[in-house]
Design a protein around this ligand. Structure first.
Ligand code: 0GY
Length: 289
């Protein structure tokens, strides 16, 4: 583990908010354990191990039923830990893989059979080396044949330049962490307006109203992030997902309490109807239909 790496919360609180039956944590990771699933030589950070058993124990503790496990950059294109977790979950988890253009349709079909339903294109420069756009487009063509979607992770200032490329992908797109708005600028800033416009113009675009802990300047209160997430949930109730982001790689400011993150949900999705869509109906439609 890197010496400045903050391990996940050892003893998260039991949330006060009770999620609806069948709730899905639609953004979380498994890391290692390194002796079984070594971290990739190309990684930009070395996390603390965060095993599938620890993830599933957290799922139960938080009152959730299912997980969508997203391949993180520290394992790069070696999806073995993810596939092992999907197998162990026995249908209660789906996966989003990280692949390059060497993966064959047969390999992708095997991953599909294990529960993978998407790939992630990561544009965050501190996490990955850049990939040429034509490589991404050739991956998009392949995954389209399996009905997969593409999860994209970028920083807010990169959206404008990325929009024409994202419009070429021709799949459902899921944007991580609300496109990482700068919450200090406020919800009315043109940058967030651009993101709202992008979602309004493109019915194939979804987003995760996740990671208040990464975006906030007011930890551990997160009230500065709430208006951003609430706006998205209320404007696009059919196209939003929620996730813990456990085990919270690369946090520098503080270690989030996962129980507290769950307690933020009723602030961003104020009605039971919105909560049902956010936590159950939308992820079930995208990952289990
Ligand atoms: C997240 C966020 C981060 C890391 C990764 O793939 C990754 O390593 O996504 C981050 O550092 O912001 O979603 O886990």
């Amino acid at each position: 583990m890197d010496k400045d790496y903050l391990p996940f919360h050892p003893n998260p609180s039991k949330p006060t908010y009770q999620a609806p039956a069948g709730a899905v944590d639609a953004h979380c990771h498994v890391f290692g354990p390194a002796d079984k699933f070594p971290y990739h030589p190309k990684r930009k950070y070395t996390p603390c191990d965060a095993s599938e058993d620890q993830l599933f124990a957290l799922r139960d503790h938080l009152g959730f039923s299912r997980n969508v496990i997203v391949q993180a950059s520290c394992h790069s294109t070696d999806n073995a830990a993810l596939l092992d977790a999907l197998q162990t979950a026995g249908g209660l988890a789906r996966g989003v893989a990280f692949i390059d253009d060497s993966f064959t349709i047969d390999q992708l079909q095997t991953m599909h059979d294990a529960g993978v339903r998407g790939v992630r294109f990561n544009f965050v420069k501190r996490l990955v080396d850049s990939t040429p756009k034509d490589v991404f487009l050739s991956i998009a063509e392949k995954v389209k044949t399996l009905g997969w979607h593409i999860v994209v992770y970028f920083e807010a200032p990169d959206l404008e330049e990325l929009i024409p490329f994202l419009n070429e992908l021709g799949t459902t797109i899921v944007v991580d962490h609300m496109g990482r708005p700068d919450v200090a600028k406020g919800v009315d800033h043109p940058d967030f307006e651009r993101f709202l416009g992008f979602m309004a113009d493109n019915e194939n675009v979804w987003c995760k109203v996740s990671c208040p802990e990464r975006l906030t300047l007011q930890a551990p209160d997160y009230s500065d992030v709430v208006p951003f997430a609430k706006t998205l949930v209320e404007r696009f109730p059919e196209r939003v997902l929620w996730g813990t982001d456990w085990p919270h790689p690369n946090m520098k400011s503080h270690v989030p309490d996962d129980g507290h993150l769950v307690d933020v949900i009723p602030m961003i999705a104020p009605t039971t109807e919105l909560q049902q869509k956010l936590l159950v109906d939308n992820p079930m439609r995208l990952y289990w239909a």
